[in-house]
Design a protein around this ligand. Structure first.
Ligand code: ATP
Length: 447
């Protein structure tokens, strides 16, 4: 069997639109640059991405969750360094007016759009935070920012969470939420957008133990991707060297993914030292030290951060699971056809099983609806599809990554059994309707 991976991002963009994973935002108005809407399947997939991350973080006793507001006191962003330092160097082409991030240009004197040399402006620093106004007055006193990262909501709540959850250091706080960055050059579909969701976890540790925890979290996070079926060859670490390190970081590694656009950051793992809590102590005037009762000592904890983008993880999961295969038609005969498969791990698959009657006869439809109802009661997301040949329906489900297809035929009415066809092997089993939900659950659990 011939097997091909994803050759370019455009192929995936078309699939996403065609099948209802991701649409351009405000499409009927011509779209708005770098904003995307998740359609029915994309919404399910995104919920699943969040769920596997949230479970990896919070199904352990030393991490708790938080859901902080997007709008925060403006002084937060002064303390964090975002007002003064969250900038990218912006250059304009004097000929075609295109804009670029200076640090992403191969040749800083030549415009990549029109090719003209010597017309590029000097770089000027552009702050990436979106501003808006709080209340009725639109003056400088009422400026607030849409958060550019979720992490600060965690730092400012450190004492609230620590005291109410009665956690002892080392412990972590996890959060999923929207972040906004007025990126100069958003591009590559949902890889870099202006509105996106982050999944961040800040782990508070005793100074001196930070590098051990840093190594621990590097391993945890790379193992996470392997656990959910990501191809190990598409993942690697990239260490931030001295020049690349952010102002707050003592050490930083990115987990990079081999996207069709090349190796790019998927997630960051940072040792942020005591920078953030110390800054917030300074600017708020509140004591953010931790009192270690056993050792009878006080200190400002160090923070190990794991910071990932939900949209970017979703994009990587789609790229990683995409494959094209040449197979024999499943409608019988010798015809060879290409099937596109999203070979998602079942925990990610938007639909776990598709239920299909062999024909549109009411007695077969009735059995299908009974199966769907039983599955829904067990919280297993199944879908119903009755149009086209069975082979075509299999192809449709392959393309959206559905692990199982369940066909109800005329024999089902007498033997109370259905045919279950497996996405990856295309093999079929005959299973009793009574056992179907359990069978499905077992297959999803033991992928
Ligand atoms: P870059 O240098 O590429 O701009 P960054 O290093 O500033 O990115 P972080 O601040 O570490 O990124 O953000 C953490 C994670 O959030 C990233 O690994 C990525 O998954 C996600 N992310 C950051 N910016 C965007 C964006 N504009 N669109 C989508 N996801 C993003």
């Amino acid at each position: 069997m011939k097997l091909k991976g994803l050759k370019d991002l455009q192929t995936l963009v078309s699939l996403c639109k065609r099948r209802g994973f991701i649409f351009q935002s405000s499409e009927i108005y011509g779209g708005i640059n770098a904003c995307y809407d998740y359609g029915p399947l994309g919404t399910e997939l995104k919920l699943n991405v969040k769920k596997i991350w949230w479970d990896a973080m919070t199904l352990r006793p030393d991490i708790v969750g938080l859901d902080a507001a997007i709008l925060m006191a403006p002084l937060v962003w002064k303390a964090s360094g975002h007002i003064d330092g969250f900038t990218d160097p912006l250059v304009d082409c004097g000929n075609c007016r295109s804009r670029f991030r200076a640090d992403q240009l191969k040749d800083p004197s030549k415009c990549p759009t029109c090719g003209v040399s010597g017309k590029m402006s000097e770089p000027r620093l552009f702050n990436l935070m979106f501003k808006t106004f709080m209340g009725a007055a639109e003056d400088t006193a009422s400026v607030v920012y849409l958060r550019p990262e979720t992490a600060q909501g965690i730092y400012v709540n450190f004492p609230n969470v620590q005291t109410t959850s009665r956690k002892k250091v080392p412990f972590g706080i996890a959060q999923i939420g929207k972040a906004f960055r007025n990126e100069i050059t958003p591009a590559n579909f949902t890889f870099r957008t202006r509105e996106f969701e982050q999944m961040e976890m800040q782990f508070f540790v005793k100074p001196g133990t930070d590098m051990d925890w840093f190594e621990y979290w590097k391993k945890e996070r790379i193992d996470f991707y392997a656990q959910y079926g990501f191809n190990k060859e598409n993942l690697r670490f990239h260490q931030h060297k001295d020049g690349e390190l952010a102002h707050y970081a003592k050490a930083a590694f990115d987990i990079q993914y081999n996207f069709p656009i090349g190796w790019q950051e998927l997630e960051g793992i940072h040792n942020r030292s005591d920078f953030d809590l110390t800054q917030h102590q300074k600017f708020s005037g509140k004591n953010l030290e931790y009192f270690d009762e056993a050792a009878k000592e006080k200190y400002v904890p160090y923070v190990i951060e794991t910071s990932s983008g939900c949209d970017r993880m979703l994009l990587a999961a789609m790229c990683d699971s995409y494959r094209e295969e040449e197979v024999r038609s499943e409608d019988g005969g010798d015809k060879i056809e290409t099937r596109v498969v999203l070979g998602f791990h079942p925990a990610l698959a938007p639909v776990k099983a598709a239920v299909m009657p062999l024909s549109k006869k009411p007695e077969l439809q009735e059995v299908c609806h009974q199966i769907l109802k039983t599955a829904a009661a067990k919280k297993i997301k199944m879908d119903y599809d009755e149009s086209g040949s069975i082979g075509k329906r299999y192809r449709r489900q392959d393309e959206i990554g559905t692990p199982l297809c369940v066909t109800v035929d005329f024999d089902s009415l007498t033997d109370q059994k259905v045919t279950v066809r497996h996405r990856d092997t295309m093999k079929q089993d005959r299973i009793g309707i009574d056992h179907l939900t359990k069978y499905t659950q077992d297959k999803l659990d033991n992928f």
